[in-house]
Design a protein around this ligand. Structure first.
Ligand SMILES: Cc1cc2nc3c(=O)[nH]c(=O)nc-3n(C[C@H](O)[C@H](O)[C@H](O)COP(=O)(O)OP(=O)(O)OC[C@H]3O[C@@H](n4cnc5c(N)ncnc54)[C@H](O)[C@@H]3O)c2cc1C
Length: 329
C-alpha cells in the first residue's frame, strides 16, 4: 500500500523535523543529493537522545553514553569520509555493582559533548532550534505547510521527514492516515537519569569509571567527566527501564533522592553533590520493533528514527539509511 519511490530532485525543499541522530543523518544525505534542507528541533540544540545538558559551567551528556564499535562502523558505512565526524575512543575502567572488575565497553563519542556528532552532520545546513512543529498540512499535490505550536507558518516544502520519536510523530501525520495508524502502535519506554557534579571522587570509585550489572534500581553508572574532552567530577546515574516505568509518574525530587541514595549505597558514603540535575526521558527506548512502512505512497512524507528500524543508535542509523535509499536517484 504505502510503498513510494520518488528520487529527490536538485533544489527540492525538504523539511526535517527532529535534529537527533536519525534526522541529522537524513539531512546530511539529502544535502549531498543537493536538496534544500531545513531542519527544525524543539530543543535548544541538536542531538535529541544524544544531547548534552548544562550542570553549572559544565556540560554533561544526558542520553546515550556513546557509540559501540558496530554503531561507529554503521555510521562510517553510511557517510562519505569527508562527512564523518571525528569520534574519540573511551575505554572506561569498569566493574559490576559489587565493584568487582569486569571488561568495560568500548565507546566512541564526539568532543567535548555527544551532540558534537549531530552538530557536525549539519555543517552547511539550515537549523532552526526552539521550534516545535505542531501541524503538517497538505496544501496541494506537491506542497506541505509546516506550522509551529504558536500557529506560525515555518515554510512550504516539497517533502517532509519526521524524525521525532513515534509518540511525537503521530499528531504530525494527520495527512497520511495509513502511516499515522502504523506509528500510533509504536510504544516507547521511559528512562530516568540523574547527573551529578561531585566535589571529589568517592574513594570506592577511585579506579572506576563505569558500573553495570544486576541492580534493582540502576542500569548503569558512569563518570561522564572521564570521557575524552570532558572535564569535572561529573557522574551519570541511569535507572533501569522497568524501574523507570514503575516510577514514571513520581516527582523529580522523589526520583532524584532514590537514585542518589542508590549511588551513595554503592559508594558506602553519603554523597553531597555540588550540583545535580534529574531528567525523565519519556521516550528513551524503542525496543526491538520495526515499522512495516515508513513513507506515504509518493514518498513525500517520511518517518525515521530508532523506533522505525529496531531501536537504539543502530536503529536510528539504519532508518536513516533506509530512508535515503528510498529517495536516492
Ligand atoms: C539515557 C539514555 C541512554 C541510552 N543508551 C543507549 C545505548 O547505550 N545504546 C544505544 O544504542 N542507544 C541508547 N539510547 C537510545 C539512543 O540514544 C536513541 O536510540 C537514539 O539517539 C535515537 O535517535 P533518533 O534520532 O531516532 O531520536 P531522538 O534522538 O529522540 O531525536 C528526535 C528529535 O526530535 C525532536 N522533536 C520531537 N518532536 C518535535 C517537534 N514536534 N518539532 C521539532 N522537533 C521535535 C526532539 O527534540 C529530538 O531532538 C539511550 C537513550 C537514552 C535516553
Amino acid at each position: 500500500m504505502i510503498r513510494g519511490h520518488e528520487p529527490v530532485k536538485q533544489g527540492e525543499r525538504v523539511a526535517v523535523i527532529g535534529a537527533g541522530l536519525a534526522g541529522t543523518l537524513v539531512a546530511e544525505g539529502l544535502h549531498r543529493l543537493e536538496a534544500e534542507v531545513i531542519v527544525f528541533d524543539k530543543s535548544r540544540g541538536t542531538g535529541g537522545r544524544l544531547a548534552a545538558a548544562r550542570l553549572g559551567e559544565l556540560s554533561v551528556d544526558l542520553g546515550a553514553p556513546g557509540l559501540n564499535r558496530s554503531q561507529r562502523s554503521a555510521l562510517e558505512a553510511l557517510l562519505p569520509e569527508t562527512s564523518m565526524p571525528a569520534l574519540s575512543l573511551w575505554l572506561p575502567g569498569a566493574a559490576n555493582f559489587n565493584l568487582k572488575p569486569v571488561s568495560g565497553p568500548q565507546l566512541w563519542m564526539a568532543r567535548p559533548r555527544s551532540s558534537g556528532l549531530t552538530r557536525a552532520l549539519l555543517n552547511g545546513i539550515e537549523l532552526n532550534t526552539r521550534v516545535r512543529i505542531a501541524r503538517l498540512i497538505h496544501e496541494d499535490e506537491a506542497s506541505y505547510r509546516l506550522e509551529d505550536e504558536t500557529g506560525i507558518v515555518q515554510g512550504r516544502f516539497d517533502r517532509v521527514v519526521i524524525a521525532a520519536p513515534a509518540p511525537q510523530a503521530v499528531s504530525l501525520l494527520e495527512c497520511v492516515p495509513e502511516l499515522q495508524q502504523a506509528v500510533r502502535k509504536v510504544e516507547m519506554e521511559p528512562r530516568w537519569i540523574l547527573l551529578l557534579q561531585l566535589e571529589q571522587r568517592p574513594d570506592r570509585l577511585a579506579q572506576l569509571e563505569w558500573l553495570e550489572g544486576e541492580h534493582p534500581v540502576l542500569q548503569r553508572v558512569w563518570s561522564d567527566g572521564s570521557k575524552p574532552g570532558r572535564s569535572g567530577e561529573t557522574w551519570a546515574i541511569e535507572a533501569r527501564t522497568d524501574w523507570s516505568r514503575q516510577h514514571v509518574g513520581d516527582s523529580p525530587e522523589q526520583v532524584q533522592s532514590a537514585l542518589l541514595q542508590a549511588f551513595a549505597a554503592l559508594c558506602t558514603q553519603p554523597i553531597k553533590p555540588v550540583q545535580q540535575r534529574i531528567h525523565r526521558w519519556l521516550y528513551a527506548d524503542a525496543g526491538r520493533q520495526s515499522l512495516p512502512v515508513f513513507c506515504s505512497d509518493d514518498a513525500r512524507v517520511l518517518v525515521c528514527g530508532d523506533w522505525v528500524a529496531g531501536g537504539g543508535i543502530d536503529g536510528a542509523i539504519l532508518s536513516a539509511r533506509q530512508l535515503l535509499e528510498r529517495v536516492s536517484p
